[in-house]
Ligand binder design. Structure first.
Ligand code: TYD
Ligand code: MG
Length: 422
């Protein structure tokens, strides 16, 4: 790689001969000032960012349309403005009047004072940023800005790259932190924002089901803090509200019926108790249906295969529906066991509760391909969260080494699996 950069493609080392070399400096001699951070006034947002917005940084906020990206960024700007910071909201999607209507709904008091421009031309936006010199600027969205210096429609890979690169140049020069909003389809495959992940300092993913109220904001990458930090929000009439007691809500709402179990999941570094539900019914289709929400489909396929092979619960002719309640997405191998137990409980039509009590059963653990239960990160945090809500004993890898043993503990005795009834 280094060779390629120094030597021209023709093989002539001309550039290496012409360029003046620089003297490398030991890292210990490099001046590194403590990064100043601006608080968004939204605790969960700040913690996903690792403690607030770093001046001059580039943050990408991805999410499906309608998830609340405009709402979240606008609330952050309103709070920053209230704290005396200069802000700018660039909308390349909505008219100023539409943005005003959203701002009117928000509880943040300064929302109507946010300076906005509704503009799709990149060069105009750059000139405005250079003139206004905001400390924090939101670009909503990176896919709808258009550079007239490039051909191609707005949102094409070349355009999105150019827009981000130019914004980065102006932002770093003027010390403006830029939040780029980007639309990502549900499976995250849309070309747009994904091509920017390597350029930006932080990538935040805003996810959840649009029709449900709960959303999670997760840091996928963070040059100034831990990746994988996450916060839970609820979409209300006055905008997004942080959900600080998510576990308590989800446990309180848990159904305690056959096919339901609570997973001690980890959202970033925080434990979260959330209900996983399964429904199994005889299929009329070949191949049968696998409908999954809030979990990774490939992971579900693995769990169902392990259930068939190592627990005698064959689902080859059954439709299986799996749902994480509340629209939360759980990206955690520790949810494997919850899926297995929820499905087994649905097949056997047996409620899973903590022995003798009316509380739902809690569990966590990763499933291995040979039917073993594998330990997952931060078991202690998961256990103490379950303990907090009285959901002990927890079915987990330390106490049960295999799926069979976990099933026996949860369902009481190792009975033969019944065939799936309609
Ligand atoms: P929006 O922020 O426009 O989503 P995005 O920018 O990601 O496309 O808002 C998404 C939805 O949230 C929208 O359908 C309306 C709803 N909403 C509320 O329920 N309450 C509110 O206070 C606001 C502002 C929006
Ligand atoms: Mg929007």
């Amino acid at each position: 790689m280094i060779e390629q950069r120094l030597v021209r493609p023709s093989g002539s080392p001309r550039r290496a001969a012409v360029a003046a070399p620089v003297t490398p400096v030991a890292l210990g001699d490099v001046q590194a000032n403590e990064q100043e951070r601006l608080s968004t006034g939204i605790g969960e947002f700040d913690s996903a960012l690792g403690g607030g917005i770093v001046g001059g940084s580039l943050i990408l906020i991805g999410g499906a349309p309608g998830i609340g990206k405009s709402t979240l960024t606008m609330m952050a700007l309103a709070n920053l403005l209230a704290a005396g910071h200069r802000t700018l909201y660039v909308s390349a999607e909505e008219s100023a009047a539409q943005i005003r209507l959203r701002a009117e709904r928000l509880s943040a008091e300064c929302a109507l004072r946010i300076p906005v421009i509704a503009e799709t031309d990149l060069q105009t936006v750059l000139a405005t940023i250079e003139q206004e010199r905001p400390e924090v600027c939101v670009i909503d969205s990176v896919q709808t800005l258009h550079s007239s210096e490039l051909s191609g429609a707005a949102g094409s890979v070349a355009q999105v790259r150019e827009v981000a690169a130019e914004l980065m140049r102006v932002a770093k020069a003027g010390g403006t932190a830029v939040m780029l909003v980007g639309h990502v389809t549900k499976d995250g495959t849309l070309a747009g924002p994904r091509v920017l992940e390597h350029m930006v300092d932080c990538v935040l993913q805003f996810e959840g089901e649009r029709e449900r109220t709960y959303r999670t904001l997760r840091a996928l990458k963070n040059r100034f803090g831990r990746a994988n930090e996450a916060g839970v929000f609820e979409m209300c009439d006055q905008g997004l509200v942080e959900v600080l007691d998510a576990s308590s809500r989800f446990v309180g709402e848990a159904t305690r019926a056959a096919g339901s179990v609570v997973v001690c999941a980890l959202e970033g570094s925080r434990p979260l108790l959330v209900e996983v539900q399964a429904l199994v019914s005889r299929s009329e289709l070949a191949p049968p249906r696998r409908v999954v929400s809030g979990l990774d489909r490939n992971r579900i396929a693995l769990v169902l295969a392990v259930l068939g092979r190592h627990a005698g619960i064959g689902l080859g002719t059954a439709d299986v529906f799996i749902n994480v309640v509340g629209g939360v997405r759980v990206d955690d191998p520790g949810a494997d066991l919850a899926v297995a137990l929820a499905v087994a409980s649905a097949v056997r039509r047996t409620e899973l509760t903590v022995a003798g009590g009316h509380r739902p059963l809690a569990c966590f653990g990763e499933l291995g391909l040979t039917g073993e239960l594998r330990t997952v990160a931060h078991a202690d945090r998961r256990l103490s969260e379950a303990r907090k809500f009285g959901l002990t004993p927890v079915v987990e890898p330390e106490r049960h080494g295999t799926l069979r043993s976990a099933l026996a503990a949860a369902l009481g005795g190792e009975r033969r699996a019944e065939p799936v009834a309609a």
